[in-house]
Design a protein around this ligand. Sequence first.
Ligand code: LCS
Length: 393
Amino acid sequence: MKERKLNTKTLCVHAGQPGQGAGPVVNPIYATSTFKFRDAQHGANLFSGKESGYIYTRMGNPTVKGLEDCVATLEGGAYGLATSSGMAATNTTVTALCSAGDHIICSAAVYGPTNTLLTTIMSRLGVEPSIVDTADLDAVKAAFKPNTKVLFVETPGNPTLVISDIAALADIAHRHNALLVVDNTFMSPILQQPLMLGADIVVHSMTKFLNGHADVVAGIIVVKDEKRYKSFRSVLNHLGGVLPPFEAFLVHRGIRTLLLRMKQHCENGRKVALFLENHPKIEWVRYPGLPSHPQYELARRQMKGPGGMVSFELKGGLEAGRTLMNSTRLCALAVSLGGVESLIQHPASMTHAGMAKEARLAAGITDGLVRISVGIEDADDIISDLDQALAKV
Ligand code: LCS
């Protein structure tokens, strides 16, 4: 009998966890830095690859492997590589794919430090970046050079929520013998599966929706084939930015409720976005679930839901935004996103403060833009908090 494919809800609960048979129900924390060999030959065989098994936790650990298998399954990929942060996932990916003399194209609207990593550190090491609005396919085509190795896309982009067409960009990248890397942090594999749309590699900050509880910093890379996995594993092992087992355990636990949480983030995100759009003190709102989003149709085609991130600007600009952020009682004034609790922050002076002002403005990150990560609390409570804070503006 052909094995029935499990549905996503079931995979969130079971992927990467121990299978049937006697033993633990939950993949335990292997709190060990190193693993004993049977004898000297066994150790030599593990190092040479003649036998597979665990050697040393920087090279692999059963708790971390359970999480890697889980996220790879949810993304529709073959292998995962858990990293110590989302930035470590991006850094490891770029380092694995690019050498001095190569060129990389990156979305204009990305998490601030991703832009900084490419435009300062990677460029210092000889990898030349081009920052492009990847929602504009003609601009992307024009940016390719003979030495372009990677097209790095964040969609929806942080914090403008601009959406890039993954399938079209995969096609463009492949025509130029380049690889498409997608940062899927804002969506999680529940709402968007870039590998299924043609992307070659997915990276995540698992600090956000995947973990979902604002108590871990973590990242992951998902690839489609063994050859790339082995080369990435070697780079990660030598760069050293691996995820420790305790953090892996927490993220794996968080993923068991990922689908339920994402449903609630979408439901609450819609309600909050609609409330803001109808409020007289709001200048504009950007949310992929609102018909006013410039790429509403693409969002509906490419994403299974609009997610929990909402960006907006008040009519009074930056000063009004500051008063709002200082007046919320339930929404916490903090960076990060994707947790069960609602957070509010100001990208120009916080998450994207490290970017050059011209680059920030070119990416649509205005001085007055305020970003909310809508949590899974009762939507009416979030809205009433924003309502009382708006009354103070
Ligand atoms: N990619 C995206 C889309 C992100 O939003 C972040 C962090 C990262 C990568 C990096 O992940 P990390 O190393 O922090 O795990 N975004 C943050 C934000 O918007 N506020 O604080 C962190």
